[in-house]
Design a protein around this ligand. Structure first.
Ligand code: MLT
Length: 358
């Protein structure tokens, strides 16, 4: 578990443990294989100088922790740290980012579901929030019942990338290579239900292979190993891979979106590479425990909406191939609607694939 010690606190659990289309291309599946979508604080006086009025009824008057369910330095962490700063300024209070890795994000979600419902423990999670109920038969929380949604945050394309020494040079060659070398090729993911795992499932289903998957606690460390040659290839978010692709440290076969990504103009789409079935985008959103007061949720939503209009956030996300959602989607209503529809979308696909975490 990692923590930003510069700013402080951690998750404050309650006494009980209840562990656990396209609008653009973002949220949709047009067929069986097209799975797109495409604490407790301690120092009430130490908040950042902010432009906000502090939210509802004195909230917040202590440090807020945003829990990230994957490793520091990875794509979810990157997006979280980007929005945390303007949210902190708007709320007039410090925000700590805490990484609670494990089990494809379900460890973190379980901790936040069981945390004090006071607005000081917030979860950042992605598409994996919608697939976990099907992938994890013993999931100790219900994404819809045990959380309130704050709002959607981003939509992020994915890239299929490999170590530079990996033999195939194009997506067509990759398909042929993994077909011929099914027993030896390795695929990195960030655990069952992680975006990298789901994209890998799509790829393998489309190609008709079952590869050896190497799990990590996030695609941050997975990318390090991929660059180092410990694992062959993976599908990962542009918010993690853009720098390495642009620097030539990895080879990129495709982006998993219908259109090429602006800052990766030389990387073809999966459709151009003959794998149109593999289209996949990653949405992120913020959550709090279900019993969190509505006025606290409203304060967090308002701060999120301010953060998503922050020019630095917009520019940095654009540099990483991503974008904030529009304001009308950074709301609890739009977020809950998407979460429900994605749970419904993924359930039959995962059941048909016969994948579970048990
Ligand atoms: C991460 O932050 O490491 C990723 O979101 C992992 C993934 O879902 O593939």
């Amino acid at each position: 578990m990692g923590q930003d010690h510069a700013t402080g606190a951690g998750v404050r659990p309650r006494a009980r443990w209840s562990p656990t289309r396209h609008r653009a291309w973002g949220f949709l599946a047009a067929g069986a294989l097209v799975l797109s979508a495409c604490t407790g604080g301690s120092d009430a006086s130490s908040g950042a100088d902010g432009g906000g009025d502090g939210g509802a009824d004195g909230y917040p008057n202590a440090t807020i922790t945003i829990v990230v369910p994957f490793s520091a330095g990875g794509p979810t962490d990157t997006v979280t740290r980007l929005i945390a700063e303007p949210m902190s300024a708007e709320l007039g209070q410090q925000i700590v980012v805490q990484n609670v890795e494990g089990a494809g994000g379900t460890v973190a979600a379980g901790e936040v579901a069981a945390a004090e419902p006071d607005g000081y423990t917030v979860l950042m999670h992605h598409i994996g929030m919608s697939t976990a109920p099907t992938l994890y038969p013993d999931l100790p929380y219900d994404p819809l019942e045990d959380f309130k949604t704050i709002g959607l945050v981003t939509e992020v394309p994915m890239t299929i990338i490999a170590n530079n020494d990996f033999e195939p040079n194009t997506l067509e060659e990759l398909v042929a290579y993994v077909t011929e070398n099914e027993d030896t090729v390795t695929y990195a993911n960030a655990g069952i239900g992680a975006a990298s795992h789901l994209c890998g499932l799509l790829f393998q289903s489309a190609v008709g292979v079952t590869l050896t998957e190497v799990p990590y606690e996030g695609t941050g460390p997975a990318l390090t190993d991929l660059v180092g040659g410990q694992v062959d290839f993976m599908c990962d978010q542009t918010t993690n891979t853009t720098g390495q692709i642009q620097a030539g440290e990895v080879k990129a076969y495709a982006v998993t979106t219908p259109e090429r990504v602006a800052n990766l103009p030389d990387v073809p789409t999966t459709e151009e590479g003959g794998l149109a079935e593999v289209q996949f985008g990653v949405w992120h959103g913020l959550y709090v425990p279900a019993e969190t007061p509505d006025d606290v949720v409203a304060a967090l939503t308002a701060a999120l909406q301010v953060a998503l209009k922050d020019q630095n956030v917009i520019d940095q996300l654009a540099d990483l191939g991503a974008a904030p959602v529009a304001e009308d989607r950074a709301t609890p209503e739009a977020h809950t609607e998407l979460l429900q529809s994605q749970i419904d979308l993924w359930r039959p696909i995962i059941e048909e694939a016969g994948v579970t975490a048990s």
